[in-house]
Design a protein around this ligand. Structure first.
Ligand code: F6P
Length: 536
């Protein structure tokens, strides 16, 4: 990625407020919209020249060709020799998609149909537990087999009219113990979600759940379902074929919520609402495939990201949904963005010459305002913020809450941009009756540097369709950033080493193998754990 032209434009003295002073209509030209979604990036230092240079990166990287290759099912995940076709899962009426000369759509639509039938039968009670219809569903999975459905279940709470849905991911026994304790084993459906069906956390939790169910009068042979691309392994676990929902290896874990991994969401909100979610994703796909780059929301979101991270060197970005139901979106995006673009090797095996993707973090507003916004406003690091907010909430009787929420969201981006000068701070202190050195000292604590960039994504209301648009928007943003960086966004080799070492440490922490070949720190920590544990 050639950043020279952009680096030359990265002057610290370009103030966002001055860009607005020069062009009061800037919000119109530095924004992108599709359907009812509006993405405003005018509160950044991006001007016409910067944008032109950013757009040039798309041409230099052959973005259109790469995008078309992804949608066409080409094996763009080169290190694993796979296509990356999560878009096929929401290609409800988009025609054939070939992988290795074979149309994958009949299989996708058939599985979707089976999911719909299963979900509706669970919701209606036709598929039931040993002592009656299911009151609870427990999804056991981790990473992409957990974060997407967790996020979507929270997001779609107003549409949730099916059984209660719980998620267990952590191998920490506390997670499954606390989740299962209040449930009736004979009226609980357990879904084991694992693409590989080998993930140690998931398989350990699945076995624990199976034992809990058998001991409590449930029937695992009827009350378990599986979501996986390893059908031989689901069978070996004893899950009946009719309860197994497969997906192909061209769906990456963190891109999998659109297919069978979304089954708990479908059971919660029903197949119609889930369809609307898919339609939202499909609408964003169509936009991404057809809009000019400058009007293309995922592309512009990605270019803002490149500007902040690779050009200006901002090491993190905050995702700040002013939408309590998006409370798990930051965690979901952490996996999507950091597992995809946290790489230091380019596709051709060479070292990446520019920084990889940033640290992504966040919490819903307004909560964050009373916690970490202090640092965002006055800390020494600049943290680009991505605000999200709905024009309307789901609670007509609580519109005053929603107006406060919206006002706070808009106030934060305004405050970050405008800041407060020393003179303004001094005036305030003078009004409070201070003078001399004390006025000066107190005023300096009340200065806000301002010129801190943010973007805002605003949508009418958090419906299933809108959620689909937002998730697909971020998926494509990650894809575009990956193409511009020249990396493979679809593998995750960086998770392997820790897994291997955890396997080798298993017998050591069990006390049946020696820690002698471990480093001094690891050996000392093992010794401490063995000495202090009472349970066998
Ligand atoms: O360890 C990382 C990872 O492979 C993720 O990419 C994936 O989403 C998660 O583990 C779970 O994998 P699986 O669905 O195969 O259990």
């Amino acid at each position: 990625m050639q950043l020279d032209a952009l680096k030359a434009l990265a002057t610290a003295d370009r103030r966002i407020v001055d860009l607005f002073a020069k062009d009061a209509t800037r919000a119109g030209s530095f924004s992108a919209s599709t359907g009812d979604l509006l993405f405003d990036y005018s509160k950044t230092q991006i001007d016409e020249d910067v944008r032109a240079a950013l757009l040039q990166l798309c041409e230099d990287a052959g973005l259109a060709t790469r995008r078309d290759a992804m949608f066409a099912g080409k094996k763009i995940n080169e290190t694993e020799g796979r296509a990356a076709l999560h878009t096929a899962l929401r290609n409800l009426d988009g025609g054939p998609v070939d992988v290795d000369g074979q149309d994958v759509m009949p299989g996708v639509l058939d599985t979707l149909h089976r999911m719909r039938v299963f979900a509706e039968e669970v919701r209606g009670g036709a598929i039931a537990g040993a002592r009656g219809s299911f009151t609870d569903v427990v999804n056991i999975g981790i990473g992409g087999s957990d974060l997407g459905p967790v996020m979507a279940t929270h997001a779609l709470a107003p549409y949730h009219d099916g059984p209660r849905v719980h998620y267990v991911s952590n191998v920490d026994g506390a997670h499954i113990a606390d989740t299962l304790r209040p449930l009736d084993p004979a009226r609980t459906l357990v879904i084991v979600a694992s693409k590989t069906f080998t993930t140690i956390e998931t398989m350990t939790n699945a076995r624990t759940a199976r034992a809990w169910m058998s001991e409590g009068g449930g029937d695992p042979s009827r009350q378990f379902a599986a979501v996986s691309s390893a059908l031989d392994k689901t069978q070996a676990f004893g899950i009946p074929e009719a309860h197994v929902f497969g997906f192909a290896d061209w769906v990456g874990g963190r891109y999998s919520v659109w297919g069978p991994v979304g089954l708990p969401v479908m059971i919660a909100v029903g197949s119609n609402a889930f369809d609307a979610f898919l339609r939202g994703g499909q609408a964003m796909d169509l936009h991404f495939r057809s809009a000019d780059w400058v009007e293309n929301m995922p592309v512009m979101l990605a270019l803002v990201g490149i500007w902040h991270r690779q050009v200006l060197g901002r090491t993190s970005r905050a995702v700040l949904p002013y939408d309590q139901r998006l409370l798990r979106l930051p965690a979901y995006l952490q996996q999507l963005e950091m597992e995809s673009n946290g790489k230091s090797v380019a596709m051709d095996g060479s070292s990446l010459a520019v920084p990889s993707g940033p640290v992504v973090w966040g919490e819903p507003g307004t909560n964050g305002q009373h916690a970490f916004y202090q640092l965002i406003h006055q800390g020494t690091d600049v943290i680009p913020c991505e605000f999200m907010v709905a024009a309307d909430g789901h609670e007509p009787e609580l519109t005053h809450h929603h107006r406060l929420l919206l006002a706070n969201c808009l106030a934060q981006s305004e405050a970050l941009m405008r800041g407060r000068s020393l003179d303004e701070a001094r005036e305030r202190m003078a009004e409070k009756g201070l003078d001399g050195d004390e006025l000066d000292r107190q005023a300096r604590h009340r200065v806000f540097p301002g010129n801190r960039p943010s973007t805002t994504l605003i949508y009418p209301k958090l419906t299933p369709f809108v959620l689909g648009q937002i998730i697909a928007l971020y998926e494509h943003r990650v894809f575009v950033e990956g193409v511009l960086l020249g990396i493979n966004s679809f593998d995750q080799w960086g998770v392997e080493l820790g897994k291997e070492l955890a396997n080798s440490l298993g017998p050591v922490v069990d006390g049946v193998a020696s820690a002698d070949d471990k480093d001094g720190s690891t050996a000392a920590l093992v010794a401490y754990a063995l000495k202090h544990r009472n349970q066998e």
